[in-house]
Design a protein around this ligand. Structure first.
Ligand code: NAP
Length: 278
């Protein structure tokens, strides 16, 4: 990659930011498409966030991804929001267009792509966690017409608040399951871990009773480091179809790339780059 005077810059902002995988996949996409662009990670101190976002209008920056802890905080500085960003009150992508800053949420799209081609309208899903990622995942499941949705979280109030949010938007059968008492429901068709349990540096293990994981169930762990958590290993052994968090990560990144450039990036090459990096 050659950086020139004409090179357009995209970036991810967060605090801290060194853990991000976004530069790995986006730079591969620029290179594969022969585009004169590059992607960097920028650590922004909280006290400078507002000035930084407002200042974007005065630059030729191609686009910005936003990660923890700024996904909600950036909203007050933006001019417009996509439907998903508005509803979820969370922005992970900013486009600078015609003197306007437009916020998007591509996590919903990223998760929907993980279930592409599967009709879930007669299926049940069990989601572990009720944080930001769970909000995008459960919103996507409801939008895809899931038949029954069970949510469990260590902090019960957060589950109730998420269920309230989903009920205000959709007419779905959503139920709270006490954390750890998961055998009170029948084995679901789809299981999604949206907590960092099992992640490198965090540790722990999702201990789900084996009869809860049926053969051919779709089991998704949003954790991508390690690529196969113990939870996924167990699910695979029991005959489930497993997916780690790389697909969602790459699909949400690809959607951001398209928002900025209008071009569909090479998903497979981006995924391979992330896998090799990990
Ligand atoms: P968040 O808003 O902070 O929510 C974290 C969730 O995990 C909460 O429900 C929290 O429960 C639960 N949790 C955390 N530690 C726990 C523990 N030790 N035991 C039980 N529950 C625990 O974070 P987030 O943005 O949702 O992100 C969650 C995970 O998803 C992270 O690992 C992140 O890397 C991953 N993620 C992946 C993708 C992808 O594209 N693959 C996208 C987004 C996020 P409490 O409410 O009780 O605290």
């Amino acid at each position: 990659m050659r950086i020139r005077g004409t090179t357009k810059v995209a970036m991810v902002i967060g605090h801290p930011i060194t853990h991000t995988l976004s530069p790995v996949m986006h730079n591969v996409a620029f290179k594969a498409l022969g585009l004169d662009g590059c992607y960097i990670a920028l650590d922004i101190d909280p006290k400078g966030l507002g000035d930084f976002i407002k200042g974007l209008k005065a630059t030729n920056i191609l686009g910005v991804n936003v990660t923890i802890p700024y996904k909600e905080m950036v909203i007050e500085y933006l001019d417009e929001l996509s439907e998903e960003a508005k509803v979820l009150n969370t922005v992970n992508t900013i486009k600078i267009a015609d003197e306007k800053l437009i916020g998007y949420n591509t996590d919903v799209f990223g998760f929907e792509r993980c279930l592409e081609g599967i009709d879930i309208s007669k299926r049940s899903a069990f989601v572990i966690g009720a944080g930001g990622a769970s909000k995008a995942v459960t919103y996507a499941l409801c939008r895809l017409n899931i038949n029954r949705l069970y949510i469990t979280n260590r902090t019960e109030e957060r589950t109730q608040s998420l269920i309230g949010f989903l009920n205000s938007l959709f007419r779905r059968n959503v139920q709270s399951i006490p954390f750890g008492q998961w055998n009170i429901i029948e084995a679901p068709d789809i299981i999604v871990n949206t907590t960092p349990i099992g992640m490198k540096g965090i540790g722990g293990e999702i201990e789900i009773p084996s009869h809860m994981i049926k053969r051919d169930a779709i089991v998704i762990d949003l954790v991508y480091n390690p690529p196969k958590t113990t939870f996924l290993e167990v699910a695979e052994r029991l005959g489930a179809r497993i997916q780690n968090g790389i697909k969602m990560l790459v699909y949400q990144g690809a959607a951001s790339f398209k928002i900025w450039t209008g071009i569909d990036p090479p998903i497979e090459e981006m995924e391979k780059a992330v896998q090799e990096y990990l």
